[in-house]
Design a binder for this molecule. Sequence first.
Ligand code: KIV
Length: 289
Amino acid sequence: MSTFTIDTKTSRATPSPVPGKRMTAPSLRARKVDGKTEQPIVMLTAYTMRMAQLLDPHCDMLLVGDSLGQVIYGLPSTIPVTMEMMCAHGAAVVRGSWHALVAVDMPFGSYEGSPEQAFASASRILKETGCAAVKLEGGEAMAPTIAFLTERGIPVIGHVGLTPQAVNMLGGYGARGREEREAHKIIADAKAVSDAGAFSIVLEGVLEPIANEVARAVPAPIIGIGASTECDGQVLVTEDMLGLFERTPRFVKRYDDLAKRIGEAARTYAEEVRARSFPTPDQTYKPKS
Ligand code: KIV
């Protein structure tokens, strides 16, 4: 068993409140009734224990996205992300949360080969992290795999539209569905993934009318990112919405400007160290008299 709980005596963070009941895949699926979702599903990405602690009270789901490849590791895409990375970060996010459902992305190459390969990878993710769901990219072609996992007790979130693991086939990260044939395929993909048993579906980077149609036509809750206001929920990469990067996609709303604030804090610290105004006697240990 490689999952641990936080030692509240040694952790720097305020201990978690009394553990409550976590959100579940069936309860989130049940939010959409007759094609409508009264209370939108709130999802953010988290890769670390501390960020999970801060986001957890406000979210229905925390996604340990393979976007950690770019955001945490500085990789050029999600393609080099490994199972080891996803399991280590997934376990950290589970340790830092008590309310939200934690879902972990299946990395590229860990599920596309066959339903059996997907089951081996997904069960490893569930065992090593303690998470309650996995997410995988792909539409109709992945439907048999999604059915195989869900029939064997593994809740799955689908991901259609712009699927970043397929960047080499797509030729970039631009919005999808500009051609009629592709628009029809995105709608068919979402329906197939829902019919296969996914309890929700991330719909990324598609033209608004397509997103509206998917949200209306597909029974599973649709979680939009660069999609539309009519989706059943929304997800953003947390570091994007906190303003940790200079460049963000058009669909991101910045709720803070952390890059600027961190830079200012680091500059003040550096100036004080150089001026010998930090540390002061307040930050030093005194012998007991
Ligand atoms: O990897 C990720 O963070 C994602 C979200 C952008 C939905 O898949």
